[in-house]
Design a binder for this molecule. Structure first.
Ligand SMILES: Cc1ncc(COP(=O)(O)O)c(C=O)c1O
Length: 397
């Protein structure tokens, strides 16, 4: 076994493998001076919509814009509350604030780390009702709830049947934060498998370089089956213009670069293979770690085919495991160490420790192990045996 260090994520190898194609696409863009909009963006949008199984895709500047534009185009804004989870990257919540709405949190499911339908149902059922809209009034914000944003965290689709049923009961919109879940699948009760990005009114994707489908820079997209939502997002990303220099809305500069679209098209052709490699590596980790006491490996319900953007274990002595792996030259990550409701920037919202106990317990116990397509068998064995050796030492002492 090699003693070389094991990175958390290897972005270099796939780029080296695709270097000729990527450089050629860049050269073409430079030669044609085609940088904003145009055929590469349109082709990527068609291809990514087809990949997800949605009618429309609109490329935008990044995943945060994608969440914000998806909410705005679905009619969410000032005076509305949006329910999401605190166990997410802060961008989910930033986007809610940036569209003018306010955030209400609910807790997660302890086994999947995604929004708990039970917590969602309980929360909405215990809110007062807005006499005008009939919708639940957010307990923190005092504003009627308009939308739910489930986050398909770590590459696993949240329990969408249950969440959509609750949304229908309270007449709420659903906007998926699918920024970590390109290609993740979920089986509905009718037996059909569908991909992340096809369940809500709209869904947001990020193409940040480390994502399962990553740009060579920033990028994002919204998928939707709703023509009006797609049209509005096309306007929002381009200063609200309906036709050149005629601005029906006040918008943003939120476009996907043509160069990034061209590069993403090349990578998209490999995404199914890369996702399959991630799933294979996850299964292999599960086997290697099955016998290690006190380590909880990721849970995938029968209705889910996760794409393992991250492979996250949980253990009570997480910091010791991370430190030990570091001494063995193995990099790990924390996604995320401090829940959003306890971040300093939201201190005025008045949440304290104990506000969302499942989220807080998860944040203290999770550890993301190296995960990327091409992660080698011997690298995985080294990770597992390093964890195992530490655990057997602590069990003896
Ligand atoms: C769950 C989630 N939501 C939103 C985002 C925001 O995406 P971006 O970094 O492209 O703005 C990310 C990515 O970092 C994310 O992981």
């Amino acid at each position: 076994m090699s003693n070389q260090s094991i990175p958390f994520l290897d972005l270099v190898t796939p780029h080296r493998e695709l270097e000729n194609e990527l450089v050629e696409a860049f050269r073409e863009a430079v030669r044609g001076a085609a940088f904003i909009g145009g055929p590469q963006v349109e082709a990527f949008e068609r291809e990514f919509a087809a990949f997800c199984g949605s009618k429309y895709c609109v490329g935008v500047a990044n995943g945060t814009d994608a969440v914000r534009f998806a909410l705005m185009a679905s009619g969410v804004g000032r005076g509305d509350s949006v329910v999401t989870v605190s166990h997410t990257f802060i961008a989910t919540v930033e986007a809610i604030s940036q569209c003018g709405a306010e955030t209400e949190f609910v807790d997660i499911d302890p086994s999947t780390y995604c929004m708990s339908p039970a917590a969602l149902g309980e929360y909405l059922g215990s809110c007062a009702q807005d006499p005008k809209s009939g919708r639940p009034i957010g307990k923190r914000t005092g504003k009627p709830v308009k939308a739910i944003v489930p986050v398909h965290l770590y590459g696993q689709v949240a329990d969408m049947d249950a969440i959509l049923a609750i949304a229908a009961k309270y007449d709420l919109l659903v906007v998926e934060d699918a920024c970590q879940a390109h290609g993740a699948e979920y089986r509905s009760a009718d037996g059909t498998w569908r991909r992340a990005g096809t369940f809500g009114k709209a869904a947001a994707f990020s193409f940040y370089p480390g994502k399962n489908l990553g740009a060579c820079g920033e990028g994002g997209a919204v998928t939707t089956d709703d023509e009006d939502v797609a049209r509005t997002i096309r306007m929002l990303r381009e200063h609200g213009q309906a036709a050149k220099y005629y601005h029906d809305l006040e918008g943003y500069n939120g476009r996907l670069d043509a160069v990034q679209a061209a590069l993403l098209r090349i990578k998209l052709r490999h995404l199914d293979t890369w996702n399959a490699q991630r799933r294979e590596a996850a299964l292999h980790y599960n086997e290697l770690l099955a016998a290690v006491p006190t380590i909880v490996t990721p849970f995938e319900p029968d209705h889910s085919k996760a794409v393992y953007h991250l492979y996250v274990i949980s253990c009570s002595d997480r910091d010791a495991v991370a430190a030990h792996l570091k001494t063995e030259g193995i990099a790990t990550g924390l996604h995320y160490p401090l829940p959003v409701h306890l971040q300093k920037c939201y201190r005025e919202w008045g949440y304290t420790e104990g506000s969302f106990p499942v989220t807080e317990r998860a944040a203290a116990a999770i550890l993301s192990l190296p995960m990327f397509p091409g992660l080698a068998d011997d690298q995985q064995r080294r990770v597992a045996s390093a964890i195992e050796s530490l655990m057997s030492v602590s069990a003896r002492s």
